[in-house]
Design a protein. Sequence first.
Length: 122
Amino acid sequence: MNFLYNAFVVLHFVGWAIVLGGYLASLKTPGLYRGVFHGAATALVSGIVMMGLIESGTAGPAWVERPWLITKLSIALIITVLAFFARRQGRKADNGTGAVTPALKHSIGVLVLVNIIVAVFW
């Protein structure tokens, strides 16, 4: 089971890397890359699976506290919803990378950084 847990940890990291990388790569453009939503969904689903494995006691670290998991899950859910709305806004233009409201775009980037900070320092 530890191998399965570690595989989902890798998927989780890859998902957040896609979100953060897509955000940073699109800073100079009015749009947001379509992959940001897919990365957020990947990170959210893999995080939920990891949470299930931890809560069942079959895999994962024993030190994880439930408030930490709920905080990270809440932030990931908000990021995924915001990325979905950004994807829908951007779909209106050519190639799906149309203009997105700057507040929506930057809130995704800030929340990803907050989620990383919570993961490392809590």
